[in-house]
Design a protein around this ligand. Structure first.
Ligand code: ZN
Length: 143
């Protein structure tokens, strides 16, 4: 059965990130400073290197894929919530190369911003907590 959390939108933010910064760290810093928890966000732009994770569902570990090179951020979506009462950002990113070929995964560091814009919707209410889930080995939202 799905866990559904319902919120009104509290505010919307538009953010331009600084070139050279790490994308995940930059997203985290803005959300921490603005205390935008819970929130959902989307980022578009370009990166000068990227690291993504692939969750091996059988081994229950993240495999990391790191690539140098310049890529478009075709899409990057994520959210802010809590794990052990602390902020946790969860984001996925789809990157495109010079031929338009795409790759991506779970956003990780280091991912170096070339230029990036975020739109963020802060939600009004208590953030869901992530709790360890035996079935997946992941920390999932629990009511
Ligand atoms: Zn993920």
């Amino acid at each position: 059965m799905a866990h559904i959390f319902s919120y009104p939108i509290k505010r919307a933010l538009l953010v331009r990130f600084a070139p050279g910064d790490d994308l995940l760290a930059a997203i985290t810093a803005v959300i921490e400073r603005e205390q935008a928890i819970p929130a959902v966000f989307s980022v578009i732009g370009a990166v000068a290197s990227a690291s993504v994770g692939y969750y091996d569902q059988e081994a229950r570990i993240y495999k990391t894929l790191q690539r140098d090179g310049r890529f478009e951020i075709i899409a990057c979506n994520g959210n802010s919530s809590l794990k052990d009462a602390a902020l946790l950002i969860h984001a996925h990113i789809l990157l495109g190369d010079a031929e338009g070929a795409c790759w991506g995964g779970h956003l990780m560091s280091p991912t170096t911003i070339f230029a990036a814009e975020m739109h963020l919707l802060e939600l009004d209410g208590a953030a869901p907590e992530r709790v360890y889930d035996e079935t997946t080995g992941l920390y999932l939202w629990c009511s």
